[in-house]
Design a protein around this ligand. Structure first.
Ligand code: ASP
Length: 330
């Protein structure tokens, strides 16, 4: 009994420490950036070592570009745009050069970008001659009074803004063309999981601003001017400094129906959930309606979430502590 005061003080100290931990803000990274190059059927057994290396090298190059923008004090928006350029300019991914073909053998590209500081956003949809659609999306955000421009109008605007316009043949790659022919030949047997490959990037800069961007060729064999989730703010892309930045990839129709990117941010904002909990809930909702795909996200502390319900997603993460990670399988 004579130890009672000692025991009580120890208990008090324990309570103070645990209470303090529960209210403590997580450590905030100086900056961080996450990328994806599409989710889908990505299996080690189907990947040659050379091909695997090509993907990892390109992911590495994109992460290096984003890292150096942020390290030098650049904005998350610049980091997202320039990182996505690397992926758009590579034929490995279904965005920019290397975009998939529509049913009628064309390339119709979609992209969007969002700035978490003021919730400003821009997007282009169904464009066929803008070399880097992510830059067109940014121009729409910064230099127009609209959020989304489509088709010819978007191209005219991009040209007026001084962006590089290319002949539509620039987007041609033999592998994507052959893939369309394959699908056209046996349309019914097509595996929907094999159609993805969009690119995206989310970043937080030294000022604590979040940005998100997504760019895609859409889905092979799409028809009738189909637009997916990638250029839709709230579906494929979302950023809000209060919560997180998100970029999605997968079967766009499902992402539109669930408003995936905005749903993650809303769960965090209205229910005070962590990024990890919010993304788990939303992935489960996607499972429930049999939607396939994945997303990358960063919270306001620079903590990442990279999740999918497919066998793989090309993805990577870099931060101010010198951590750099790249993955492709689940
Ligand atoms: N989400 C894109 C779309 O539906 C495709 C993809 O991510 O691969 O257009």
């Amino acid at each position: 009994m004579k130890n009672l005061p000692l025991l009580l003080s120890a208990l008090l100290l324990f309570l103070i420490i645990s209470c303090d931990n529960s209210t403590k803000e997580p450590e905030k990274l100086e900056y961080a950036l996450c990328i994806h190059g599409g989710a889908g059927t990505i299996l080690k057994k189907n990947m040659s070592p050379e091909r695997e290396k090509e993907y990892f090298d390109k992911l590495d190059e994109a992460l290096t570009v984003g890292d150096s923008v942020l390290k030098n004090g650049g904005s998350a928006l610049d980091a997202v745009e320039l990182t996505i350029h690397v992926l758009e300019n590579s034929p490995l991914f279904n965005a920019g050069k290397g975009s998939v073909f529509t049913h009628s053998g064309k390339n119709e590209l979609d992209a969007s970008i969002m700035w978490g500081k003021d919730l400003n956003a821009g997007a282009v949809a169904g464009v066929g001659n803008i070399k880097n659609p992510i830059s067109a999306a940014r121009k729409v955000m910064e230099n127009s009074e609209h959020v989304m421009l489509s088709g010819k109008g978007a191209s005219i605007f991009a040209e007026q803004e001084g962006l590089t316009i290319v002949d539509s043949s620039y987007f041609f790659t033999e592998s994507r063309w052959n893939y369309l022919q394959q699908i056209l030949n046996k349309e019914r047997e097509m595996k929907r999981t094999d159609r993805h490959g969009t690119v995206g990037c989310v970043a937080i800069d030294k000022e604590g601003n979040l940005a998100a961007g997504t760019s895609t060729g859409g889905m092979t064999n799409k028809r009738f001017g189909r637009i997916g989730d990638s250029p839709i703010i709230g579906a494929g892309t979302y950023a809000n400094n209060k919560t997180c930045a998100v970029s999605c990839t997968g079967h766009g129709e499902y992402f539109i129906r669930l408003g995936i990117a905005r749903d993650i941010a809303s769960l965090m904002e209205y229910q005070n959930l962590s990024l990890d909990d919010a993304t788990n809930i939303v992935l489960e909702k996607l499972n429930q309606i049999n939607g396939l795909g994945g997303f990358i996200a960063l919270d306001k502390y620079g903590k990442p979430a990279m999740k999918m319900n497919t066998s793989g997603m090309y993805r990577g993460y870099v931060n101010s502590k010198g951590i750099k990670e790249k993955y492709m399988y689940k």
